[in-house]
Ligand binder design. Structure first.
Ligand code: SIN
Length: 280
């Protein structure tokens, strides 16, 4: 098969055609897709008639399943969650803040796959911000200051019982499972050298990052807030518009992402898997 790769023309992202992901994915094709993904950071595969079996096969071929805390999987599957909003839902949008999926884990997922199930006629775009471009655009002196910092990550603001998706969150159709485990903290370097490409970039952002090791809290929050503005600057962003029968896979080590609204009165559902951390 001859793959065609069309870059988005924005900060990152490409559309890949010329393959059928409903079929088994031979190792050489998987390696080709992975290389395109590492280069473009977000890849969209339009026109794919995939079911949940195909989504699982694809995820396994890209590196296996990642760990998925705080979500119950869909019925009959262990590794697929539904990103779902019913047409009449009024709870705040899910994931409308910039983040890198599960960056608070010891081994955060290398990537995430989202498969379109029910796409509204307008709105519901997903935004991606290229964190390697954001870091590269800083002055050398600033880069050097940031390289030595360790960020403290936690899911507490989102998934602890008193968090955004905790006990006060009502009327949400997604199967979110808040827990005290969300209060755990782990550190990761603020600037990650990508384990597969060697490129440097910001890893995650304020929200899942709740502090900086060894830095006074108000100073850390002020630095993280300033960086968060920079990390999501318009020129680092790719706006992804969904289509029916589309699969998207992104690299959590290279981009941030966030959901957007604009589809009030319409249902939106995507099936999501995460790709295990790279242990090359
Ligand atoms: C997510 O952050 O996993 C969801 C993104 C989206 O709904 O567009």
């Amino acid at each position: 098969m001859n793959l065609t790769v069309e870059p988005s023309g924005q900060a990152c992202g490409a559309r890949v055609t010329g393959l059928d992901l409903s079929q088994d994915i031979p190792a050489d094709l998987a390696a080709e897709i992975r290389a395109i993904w590492l280069e473009h950071k977000v890849v969209a595969f339009p026109g794919q008639r995939m079911d949940d079996d195909a989504l699982e096969r694809f995820t396994l071929s890209m590196g296996g399943f990642g760990e998925d805390p705080f979500f119950a999987p869909i019925a009959g599957r262990n590794n697929i969650a539904a990103i779902l909003r019913e047409a009449d839902e009024t709870s705040p949008l899910f994931a409308e803040n910039w983040h890198s999926d599960w960056s608070f884990l010891d081994h955060p997922p290398a990537g995430t796959c989202l498969l379109a199930i029910d796409i509204p006629p307008m709105g519901g775009d997903t935004l991606f911000a290229d964190q390697q471009a954001a870091f590269a655009a800083l002055p050398e002196e600033r880069k050097e200051q940031l390289r030595g910092l360790n960020a403290i990550h936690s899911a507490k603001l989102a998934y602890a019982p008193d968090g955004t998706y905790g006990e006060r969150d009502e009327g949400r159709s997604m199967a979110i499972r808040p827990s005290e485990a969300a209060n755990d903290c782990r550190t990761h370097p603020l600037i990650l050298t990508h384990p597969e490409t060697g490129r440097e970039g910001f890893f995650s952002t304020l929200g899942y990052i709740i502090g900086i090791e060894g830095m006074e809290q108000s100073e850390a929050i002020s630095l993280l807030s300033e960086l968060a503005q920079w990390q999501s600057r318009e020129d680092f962003v790719y706006r992804h518009q969904w289509e029916d029968d589309m699969l998207v896979m992104w690299d959590n080590r290279a981009v941030l992402h966030k959901a957007t609204g604009g589809y009030e009165g319409h249902r939106r559902e995507l099936h999501r898997t995460t790709i295990a951390a790279f242990r090359g």
